[in-house]
Design a protein around this ligand. Sequence first.
Ligand code: FES
Ligand code: FE
Length: 484
Amino acid sequence: MDHRVSVGDDVALKIDGPLSIRHLRESEREEDLMASADRQAITGGYGSLNGSLHTFLSEVRTDLEQGVLSPRVLNDPDLHRAELDRIFTKCWVFVGHVSEIPSPGDYVLRYVGEDQFILVRDEQGEIQLLLNNCVHRASPVCRAEKGNTSHFRCPYHGWIYKNSGEWNGAPYRAKAYRKLDADRWGLRKAPHVDSYQGLIFACLDPDAVPLREYLGDMCWYLDVVFGLKEQGMRVVGEPHRWIVPSNWKSGAENFVGDGYHVQSAHRSLSDIGLVPTERSAGLHVSLNNGHGVLVIERTVPESFGATDFPPEVASTFELDRLDDNQRAFLTRHSVVGFTIFPNLSLFRAAGVTEDGRPTAVQISLRQWQPRGPEQMELWNWPMVWDSAPEEFNRASYDASVFSFGPSGVFEQDDTVVWRGGPTVGRSVFARKGMKLNFQMGMDGMSDYEDIPDWMGPGEASTTFFGERNQRRWWQRWSEALAAS
Ligand code: FES
Ligand code: FE
């Protein structure tokens, strides 16, 4: 048991146990408060879940076993608060790509949940994620979306921080802060930042498992998308950002497994020949930790080589970096989408001529940023290979913007239908017993079965006509919220 009591400014008591009360020395008190602030800010500051949320989450887990889910999950403010506290401070969250900050001093503003951070490469070349709030009076210290700097100077009173986050000075320091302990007043930084295949993730939990362990078998699929050569994949410009009146989870859940909606939500695109009428030649790969992958049969003939790229691009790849199974995968399949729990997704598709010649390969990272329970900010990073001809990359970028940019034709279809989440979650009538259906593929509902000798890790299904990935994503979500 550990309680602190303050009276006025300078009396502090610490209750170590029921009968042990002692005064704290000033330095001990300061340390104690710092440690308490650290614990509160990093490992969850809103306390334990209330009993009704616990009960609800245990109902969610039972419901998912039956393939149903309460619509309350798509707009409840208490659940939203708990997500920020228990998912976004505990999970590894994507914050950017290494190509966005190639040089010392390069920085961009990013988010973990709804908190704004500075993602910066410091003078030693290390990547840091710094909370964009001054530790003096909380003013944002960085107001440009991107740039290059050795220091951040707070606009309020002028405190200065190195780009590694350390406190580096203040106006009139000799008069105002003769005894300030500079080591203790740097910007708060994420305890863990790491990258895999150029994707930078951060985790705010000091006790986090390593990134590779968190990604698990997803690494295999990241390799076949981003690992075709050691370097060279880059984002094009700054990520597109726009507000969508939907809950962030609708996007994450869609990209983890919803191949089924294409024939309906995107029907107008199949009507004009942009996507196949029926997408039954696809499969799900269900992975650990709530991650999942959507795979389709290649649209580019095998004669064009073991990737979807034209020969002049494919010849620059170093496929010996992949194992035999990964190379075999590339000759037959393409990753068309995935979600890494909680909120990073990918869309990837090859545009082809009638004889199957690749004209463009669009690759977009997409992130579903929570902005309250009823809104998300959607971020979209089109990506290209440096070794591809400029014309091919331009076509690939245009395809990304045309399909999944802010005005993209696919994008509009999806964001219109996702608006139903907040409205049904708000409906008092819906709350009285309405359940959403997640039963496709369960118990003989379709031909959804495991492929017995799948070439990669995870459980691969024989068809898209199932919702195992979505159920598992929600299972992971409910477990993350309920964890102590
Ligand atoms: Fe930053 Fe005062 S708020 S220096
Ligand atoms: Fe869609």
